[in-house]
Design a protein around this ligand. Structure first.
Ligand code: GDP
Length: 455
């Protein structure tokens, strides 16, 4: 759903890559592109304005972070703010202390409420609950039988008025009142209490547009059943109407959380992303298809990184921030430039990188790593363990000046670290080669002390 937004954001941020320093003009230009990307995706204007203002302010005053280059810092800021507008923490259902927990669904006709009731029932059951679905949409022809069908598919009981029964008659599941959705809702909750269902999901009627009667009916059901959660269900494909509908429901009925449906559609969907910011209510679930399983808890952080399309890079950034020792890295960079890197420095750097996790994972997280899979599969932690063992088998003088490592020292190191002499030879030879190459490269690229990492 957010593919084109992802593409646009990705290209806005890509332009920053490789820049050692970002000017205010760079940040302004990037923010302009991000702004356009968000507006084009239908994110509402006030939300975009607030978002851009925050990103700009933080990017310009960005704390110098040793671990991240400026472009990465901007990616991180955009990601943080995106998580922010999507609600920050994942919001989970608040279950009643005394069951049953009552969850009421509200929204326009066609939003996907009935389908959602089935999905929610299915999900609740998998979570170990015993849900009861209550059919209070007595307006839309076929809504009751539709709920019965999805309930059956999910293996979840449905409380519904029998067609043709009048108030007070007995249906399959206890006393059912037909015709009056408020009474059906109330009876449904009573049935759940009596039969020890611990969660009740109430499906309510929608309309094609906002109207007063709809709001009144939903409010009456809310009053009669005192739900623990009222979920506003909104079709992510309806564009800016999603925001105005949400505001109307918030005023007319009030809700505790939002469910986005039809995220599998190809519409822009940004309006739905504005709902949280506009109503202050969290997005709790997302629905992305017609099947029972096309449904999940909404995680703002995962959605943000999906939209940015940089999930893996972001976790790499986070790990780097946690483990990177900027001073040590800068000192090593200075030595590389001067061709003075020692095996001790090399070991320190290696240990720092390895703190971020298994080496295959780290390399795998780098953009473009997909194509390098074969090459990467040859780098493994065992190999690095041996390199570490060899360097540790050396005396401080040898690590400091590997040139003194002659044949007899190589034999001692090999014996001490449990490897063959040829492995020690290989390591020492490769180290010299690499040191020479790095010094040449950093000279050519004009990489000074702390090359490219400082603002
Ligand atoms: P209600 O009027 O709010 O109860 O809406 P329905 O549950 O009847 O859904 C309206 C239509 O949207 C139905 O055809 C559903 O199959 C479809 N639908 C519901 N949720 C999704 C979804 O997440 N993705 C897609 N593609 N279709 C959905």
């Amino acid at each position: 759903m957010f593919d084109s937004l992802s593409d646009r954001l990705g290209s806005a941020l890509k332009d920053l890559r490789g820049k050692g320093r970002l000017s205010d003009a760079d940040i302004d230009r990037t923010c302009r592109e991000i702004r356009l990307a968000l507006l084009e995706a239908d994110v509402s204007l006030p939300v975009v304005r607030g978002f851009i203002a925050k990103v700009k302010e933080r990017a310009k005053g960005a704390e110098v972070s040793g671990a991240l280059n400026p472009a990465q810092q901007v990616v991180k800021i955009v990601n943080d703010e995106l998580v922010g507008i999507l609600g920050g923490e994942t919001r989970r259902i608040e279950y009643a202390k005394k069951p049953p927990t009552v969850i009421m669904l509200a929204g326009l006709q066609g939003a996907g409420k009935t389908t959602l009731a089935g999905k929610l029932g299915n999900w609740l059951k998998k979570q170990g609950h015993q849900p009861l679905l209550v059919a209070c949409d007595l307006q839309r022809p076929g809504a009751v039988s539709q709920l019965q069908i999805v309930g059956e598919r999910a293996g979840v009981k449905v409380f519904a008025p029998d067609p043709g029964t009048s108030i007070g008659q007995t249906g399959e599941l206890g006393t059912v009142s037909s015709g009056d959705p408020v009474a059906v809702a109330r009876d449904g909750v009573a049935e759940a209490t009596a039969q020890h269902y611990d969660v009740v999901v109430i499906d309510t009627a929608g309309r094609l547009g906002i109207d007063e009667e709809l709001m009144r009916q939903a409010s009456d059901i809310r009053e009669a059943t005192e739900p623990d959660e009222v979920l506003f269900v909104v079709d992510a494909m309806i564009g800016q109407d999603a925001v105005s509908t949400a505001e109307a429901f918030q005023d007319g009925v009030g809700f505790t959380g939002v469910v986005l449906t039809k995220l599998d559609g190809d519409a822009r969907g940004g309006a739905a992303l504005s709902v949280r910011e506009v109503t202050g209510r969290p997005i709790m679930f997302a629905s992305s298809g017609e099947k029972l399983d096309d449904f999940d808890v909404f995680h703002p952080d995962r959605m943000a990184s999906r939209i940015l399309g940089m999930g893996d890079v972001l976790s790499l950034i986070e790990q780097a921030e946690q483990h990177w020792d900027a001073q040590q890295a800068e000192a090593a960079a200075a030595k590389i430039t001067q061709g003075e890197l020692t095996l001790e420095d090399f070991l320190d750097q290696m240990l720092m990188i390895r703190k971020m996790g298994p080496i295959g994972n780290i390399l795998g997280m780098l953009p473009g790593a997909g194509q390098m899979k074969d090459a990467l599969s040859q780098v493994d932690d065992k190999q690095l363990d041996r390199v570490q063992a060899i360097i540790r088998g050396m005396t401080p003088a040898e690590r400091d000046n590997p040139k003194i490592i002659n044949a007899s020292r190589r034999l001692r190191i090999a014996n001490g670290s449990g490897v063959t002499v040829s492995e020690v030879n290989q390591l020492v030879d490769r180290f010299f080669e690499a040191r020479k190459m790095m010094a040449q490269m950093s000279g050519r690229m004009g990489m000074g002390v702390g090359g490219g990492r400082k603002n």
